[in-house]
Ligand binder design. Structure first.
Ligand SMILES: Cc1cc2nc3c(=O)[nH]c(=O)nc-3n(C[C@H](O)[C@H](O)[C@H](O)COP(=O)(O)OP(=O)(O)OC[C@H]3O[C@@H](n4cnc5c(N)ncnc54)[C@H](O)[C@@H]3O)c2cc1C
Length: 396
């Protein structure tokens, strides 16, 4: 198996690099590098810059106006974006809902929603998890009852990322409580401005309101907002999750994070010498770098298989587990590298509006450490992924 890039792939990488040098706003990449948030406007601006180039819909098929990049092109793009400290593309509309609409949505739904996702008219959020229905998602209880040409929705979603910005939420709802768990679920598109919806922030460990609870009290949703068939939502939900887990290894983010730790460890000192020369710190740094190199090779191997037409199976679980362990270890090393300056942690640091105590790179380090505890929980917790790996590799 040849894991090196072809001439065309190298040319594509140069094109991406040039684009990022020319179009990625400097103040935006500075914020990302410092671990600050860029807010709704920042994300919308970055989406519009990509959309102008035709690269926002890079994973979409050509028939829906997408660039239809292959797995290698996507990998190169994501790697280069991370290295340049570009913001993450907000995935909910673009790479979660859109593939579901493209495969299972009606023509009217595709014509209406897809262009609005691209031009930024609609910000989407994901209404899957509920209290008591996370890993065991199929036990969800939010109820939708048919009443004429509407569904009436009652219940609660939770952990809804950036739901405070959202115009729309795609929701899994129970339409048949008597059917077997997976068979009574439907996939509904709900306008967040409908009366009866209440969004309440959950403050995460880093002090920011990144996620929310969303309550539904007799919310009336037109039946044309049902995707596909009633009670077939589990099929669409699972299809969406295969898209949620792509790019999950986060190789580019880890590489950028590791470079940052090395920079800091050269500036900080321990016992009168640069921290990077401290044997204990250097050993941890070397170990995580070795793990990252190994994972990066595994990632390329899986991409190469995907390009040859094989769907990734249990490998995406392996990448999820390993990738998140590596990112969390890098966050921990960053926190240790700045020592006591990680202590005066203030959530304002990630919003960019307070003066850091200590060097400017120290401000958001603790916040990032705390925030990234989430990596091993969402997108299917690491324990669940280990269960999948064990089942496939060891049987049972
Ligand atoms: C920051 C963040 C953002 C999120 N954003 C969204 C979002 O936008 N939309 C959305 O719908 N959801 C979102 N989620 C929810 C996320 O998908 C769930 O948190 C996740 O699926 C785990 O479910 P849970 O929190 O209910 O934990 P539980 O399922 O209750 O699990 C609790 C613990 O038990 C372990 N466990 C559970 N079952 C098993 C098992 N069978 N074997 C071994 N261990 C097990 C888990 O690994 C975990 O450690 C988000 C979560 C976080 C933390």
């Amino acid at each position: 198996m040849d894991l090196s890039y072809t001439q065309e792939e190298l040319a594509f990488r140069d094109e991406v690099r040039t684009f990022l040098e020319e179009k990625l706003p400097k103040d935006m990449s500075d914020k990302i590098r410092r671990g600050e948030h860029i807010g709704k406007e920042g994300h919308e601006l970055w989406h519009s810059i990509l959309n102008e180039k035709g690269w926002l819909s890079y994973g979409w098929p050509k028939e829906f106006g997408g660039a239809e990049w292959n797995a290698v092109q996507r990998h190169i793009f994501e790697d280069e974006c991370a290295a340049a400290y570009a913001p993450r593309i907000v995935p909910f509309g673009l790479s979660m809902l859109a593939p579901v609409l493209q495969k299972f949505g009606s023509k009217e739904q595709q014509d209406h929603y897809l262009p609005r996702i691209l031009d930024g008219t609609d910000w989407w959020c994901q209404g899957y998890s509920e209290p008591g229905a996370g890993s065991d998602l199929a036990s969800l209880k939010t109820r939708a009852v048919r009443d004429g040409d509407h569904y009436v929705v009652n219940g609660q979603k939770t952990w809804t990322t950036l739901g405070q910005y959202a115009d729309w939420i795609f929701c899994l709802v129970r339409t048949d409580p008597d059917a077997k768990q997976q068979e009574g679920i439907s996939f509904l598109l709900i306008d967040m401005n409908t009366p009866g919806i209440d969004v309440r922030p959950i403050i995460l460990l880093d002090g920011t309101p990144e996620v929310n609870e969303v309550f539904f009290d007799n919310v009336r949703v037109p039946v044309e907002n049902l995707v596909g068939e009633e009670n077939k939502g589990w099929t669409y939900a699972k299809y969406l999750l295969t898209h949620e887990r792509t790019g999950i290894a986060g190789v580019g983010f880890s590489r950028a994070g590791l470079d940052a730790v090395k920079r800091v460890a050269r500036q900080e000192s321990a016992n009168g010498r640069p921290l990077i020369e401290n044997p204990h710190f250097a050993a941890r740094l070397a170990q995580v770098e070795i793990d990252l190199m190994a994972m990066s090779t595994t990632n390329l191997r899986i991409i190469s298989q995907a390009t040859a037409g094989q769907a990734p199976g249990v490998e995406s679980s392996m990448l999820k587990v390993k990738g998140t362990i590596i990112r969390q270890e890098i966050n921990d090393l960053a926190r240790r590298a700045v020592g006591p300056y990680a202590m005066p942690f203030a959530s304002e640091a990630v919003e960019g509006d307070n003066d850091p105590i200590g060097p400017d790179y120290a401000g958001p380090v603790a916040a990032q450490y705390f925030n990234n505890r989430k990596l091993s929980i969402f997108g299917g917790s690491n324990e669940i992924q280990r269960g999948i790996i064990a089942k496939v590799k060891m049987g049972g």
